[in-house]
Each structure stands twice: as structure tokens, then as C-alpha cells.
Write a protein that binds this ligand. Structure first.
Ligand code: PDD
Length: 279
């Protein structure tokens, strides 16, 4: 099954090889995207490709393909993967060069992409919610770029796993930024609050879609800083991401969120989100 693309060729995953001097391997010098696919159709493709373009510009890697070329390449990967619901992964590194921190001259980016089945979110997560912990956000100051250098995110998410939790919510200078691998939305005094899109968090496509749905359907919300105190007294906390959609967090640092059950705002938003999904 040719469900992988590497530097111009489609091939089975087992055949894909990258030289060890690739700067992605040596330095984590690369960018990526994750795009959800439902019934063999991508959701939010243009937005993901626009974010990829912004990230490439942000780290000064030339986006190797046009929008049309990306669409074509990705539709071939989607068609080659039998599962209806998939996640598409795109990964571009600065390329292969002798090890030196400074950008190499005349290097071509390494381009890798793959489609793989996307399992549904476990039903119990939606009916009971999941546990999360909090931690100081010790990442860098360009969290709006979707780069492959994810060591800080990895360490933070592992803290959650070590604590038997699903996500680690990050606090910087007394304010909520996002999760280690998701955005976070909270409900405080009946109002949906979304931490503002700036350099401290990834502008999530799911976050965007959810807030657009909220605007369209008249769910009141505010995009503004959320303090730690607000997070701790929120009646609802939820995480959003392309592969997990919207998941309620019902236990935060061993304390029940609201009444400890998925709340009405989460249920409303999840129902609206389901209607967006291609079928
Ligand atoms: N991660 N914030 C971070 C740090 C993330 O890693 C992600 C998603 C999000 C949500 O973004 P989106 O809604 O566009 O998926 C926010 C992906 C799924 C991953 O790394 O696998």
C-alpha cells in the first residue's frame, strides 16, 4: 500500500528512508501539519495548508509546493489509504547537510507525508470526560509555529501520562496558554473563554472551527486571556485538536471541574462540530 510520500515518490511506509544528516533528525529543524480526513475527505484543508505556509515562512523554509500541488499529493495519499477516517501528516525539514547550526546553502527541503487510519475518540472520554494536570509552560516564545522540535511538548505530555491523565494544560505567568498537544477552552460564569491567538499558543484549526460555529450559532464567547484562577473555577474545561475534536476535561489536578461531568456548552459544541464533518 503506497500510503506514504517522500521527496516526489509514493511508496509503502517500510520503504521510506531519510539520510541521518537530515536536519530534521540532527536538529529537529522542520515543520509539520496534521489534517483530519472523514469519509475520505479532508476537513479544513485550506486552513491547514495556510498554517503550513505561515509556519514555513516563520522558520524560513521555502514551502516546496503550491496549494494545487499539495491538494493533488494529499488526495492521492487519501485515496491509497483504505480507512475512511484518516489523519494526514505532513513533515518538511530544511534538508540534508553537514551539521552546522546556520542554514546550509543550496539545500532542498525533505518532504514527507503519510495517511493513516484515525481511530474515533473513545466513547468514555465524551460521556465521562478525561483527567488533565497543569504545569508551567516551559516552551519557547514561538508556539504559534507548528514545528517538529517538540521536546518540551513531549516532556509535558508525558507528565500527564505519568499522572494517569490525558492532557497537560500549560500556565505561563499566571495565564492558561493551551495543552501540550491541544488548545483549551473554558466556561466561566456561563461564558465560553478562549485564550487569545498570539505567539504563546498554536492557532488550532479545530479551535478556529469551534469559535466560528459558536459565532454562527450564537454561543456567546470571548477570546481573551484566561487566568489560572478562572481556569480553576471554570464550570467546564475542554480540549480541541484535529485528531481528538473536542474532549471535555472533568478532573483537573485531582479536583472536579464544575460538577465533574461533561457540561452543556461542550455537548452543544460537539454536536455542532459533528455536522461539519464530511460524511
Ligand atoms: N497537535 N496546540 C498544540 C500544541 C498542538 O500540538 C495541537 C495539535 C493543537 C490543536 O491544533 P489543531 O486543532 O489544528 O489540530 C494545539 C496535533 C494534532 C499533533 O501534534 O499531532
Amino acid at each position: 500500500m503506497s500510503n506514504v510520500y517522500l521527496n516526489g515518490q509514493f511508496m509503502p511506509l517500510e520503504e521510506a528512508r531519510v539520510p541521518v544528516m537530515d536536519r530534521g533528525f540532527i536538529f529537529g529543524d522542520g515543520v509539520y501539519e496534521v489534517i483530519p480526513v472523514y469519509a475520505h475527505q479532508p476537513l479544513g484543508l485550506e486552513r491547514h495548508l495556510a498554517r503550513l505556509d505561515r509556519t514555513c515562512a516563520g522558520v524560513r523554509i521555502k514551502n516546496p509546493y503550491t496549494l494545487l500541488e499539495w491538494r493533488d499529493l494529499l488526495s492521492r495519499l487519501i485515496a491509497n489509504e483504505p480507512a475512511k477516517d484518516q489523519s494526514l501528516y505532513i513533515h518538511i525539514t530544511r534538508g540534508v547537510a553537514p551539521r552546522d547550526h546556520a542554514f546550509p546553502a543550496n539545500v532542498s527541503p525533505t518532504v514527507f507525508a503519510m495517511a493513516k487510519p484515525m481511530p474515533p475518540v473513545p466513547a468514555a472520554w465524551l460521556t465521562q470526560g478525561v483527567k488533565a494536570i497543569t504545569h508551567a509552560d516551559f516552551r519557547w516564545l514561538k508556539c504559534d509555529l507548528k514545528t517538529t522540535a517538540l521536546l518540551a511538548n513531549i516532556l509535558l505530555r508525558q507528565l500527564a501520562v505519568d499522572a494517569g491523565a490525558t492532557e497537560c494544560l500549560l500556565l505561563r505567568d499566571g495565564f492558561l496558554t493551551e495543552g501540550a498537544a491541544s488548545n483549551t477552552l473554558v466556561v466561566v460564569d456561563g461564558l465560553l473563554l478562549a485564550p487569545p491567538r498570539n505567539h504563546l499558543l498554536l492557532p488550532g484549526i479545530t479551535y478556529d472551527l469551534v469559535l466560528e460555529l459558536a459565532t454562527e450559532k450564537g454561543v456567546p464567547f470571548a477570546e481573551r486571556p484566561v487566568s489560572e484562577a478562572e481556569l480553576r473555577r471554570a464550570s467546564e474545561v475542554m480540549m480541541t485538536s484535529s485528531t481528538r475534536e473536542i474532549v471535555p476535561i472533568t478532573l483537573l489536578d485531582h479536583v472536579a471541574v464544575g460538577c465533574g461531568q461533561p457540561g452543556p456548552v461542550f455537548k452543544h459544541l460537539l454536536a455542532l462540530y459533528q455536522e461539519l464533518k464530511p460524511s
